[in-house]
Design a protein around this ligand. Structure first.
Ligand code: ASP
Length: 325
């Protein structure tokens, strides 16, 4: 199968100063999606990426940048994270998120969060707590209170388009795996100016999921992973498949133990090991090389690096917006 990696288009001659990639979910995004909708997604991706570019150009640390990027996604109701999160089968929202610092190897994860406006910020608070690594359910919400994070009613996450998706899923009696808007999870991976790597991922999970179901997103090594010298990885798609394959860690392990190049490792995992339709990943390595392979019809994604390359894309073709910044 052809490598669905739209960026970078050519191998970079040297290590880049910084590099950054984001995704807004993979899935069965129809090519017939109305132009106006496509435009909204592309503008949202470009706007969020621009915020990351500014921070990285100013010398911000990778861990700060991935948190800022994912927070911006969570505040945008187009994406299945924060406001705009999908519904559980009992018509509520349970959010999962994780963040990992490649420099220190420290991470923070939260699952089944119901009252925290920005779950990635809570994950960061967990990382910074130097205590526990993973909070779930009511305890996670209570931990957010102690950290002074923005709390909201569960209804804050409600949106009409996600409610329609729930009704459809209930009608079919399924957990919606591949509805029209794709999976919609969001993530960011960054290599900063000092060579540090970081990754963050946030999601509402799957439409009509059972209350209490947790996917790959907050599981370190499955949906999120970062290790300096290896790679930073964020996944999107059928969470159960990413957990089974331990995708994010497997990618780093192949680089570490076999010396496999990032592109080859990512390609093999996504295109050969996983099943078509499972989803995709974004990853960046120590040299600033970015890969964004996916085996679903589409994946909302964008990337930029300090050489001036920039891309915003949804389907297979590179669809460069302007070629360079
Ligand atoms: N991976 C997420 C989950 O299974 C879903 C997604 O990527 O949209 O919870």
């Amino acid at each position: 199968m052809e490598l669905k990696t739209a960026f970078p288009r050519t191998r970079k001659p040297r290590t880049l100063e910084w590099a950054c990639a984001i995704h807004g979910g993979a899935g069965a995004i129809p090519l017939t999606t109305p132009e106006e909708t496509v435009k909204r997604y592309r503008e949202a991706l470009a706007g969020i990426l621009a915020g990351g570019i500014e921070l990285l150009s100013d010398g911000a640390a990778a861990i700060e940048v991935v948190e800022a990027l994912v927070t911006a996604f969570e505040d945008n109701e187009l994406f299945n994270a924060g406001r705009g999160a999908v519904y559980t089968s009992d018509a509520r929202h349970e959010l999962d998120a994780a963040i990992m610092d490649g420099l220190t190897g420290r991470s923070g994860s939260v699952a089944g969060v119901r009252r925290v406006r920005n779950p990635v910020r809570l994950a960061r608070a967990v990382l910074d707590s130097h205590d526990h690594m993973f909070y779930a359910g009511e305890g996670a919400d209570r931990f957010a209170e102690t950290r002074g994070l923005d709390l909201v009613e569960n209804g804050y996450f409600d949106t009409a388009h996600r409610y329609r998706a729930l009704c459809e899923a209930r009608g079919h009696g399924t957990v919606l795996l591949d509805h029209d808007q794709g999976y919609g999870t969001v993530g960011a991976v960054v290599r900063d100016r000092t060579g540090n790597l970081a990754a963050a991922t946030s999601t509402g999970g799957m439409t009509n999921k059972a209350p209490g179901r947790v996917g790959d997103t907050p599981l370190i090594g499955a949906g999120t992973y970062a290790a300096n010298g290896l790679a930073a990885v964020s996944a999107t798609g059928r969470g159960e498949a990413f957990m089974r394959h331990m995708v994010a860690y497997d990618l780093c392990a192949r680089i570490r133990y076999c010396g496999t190049a990032l592109e080859d490792a990512a390609h093999d995992i996504v295109m050969n090991e996983m099943k078509a339709g499972d989803g995709g990943i974004i990853a960046v390595d120590h040299a600033g090389t970015i890969v964004m392979p996916f085996n679903s019809p589409g994946m909302y994604r964008a990337a930029a690096d300090s050489s001036g390359d920039l891309i915003v894309a949804i389907w297979d073709s590179p669809e460069p917006t302007s070629g360079t910044r």
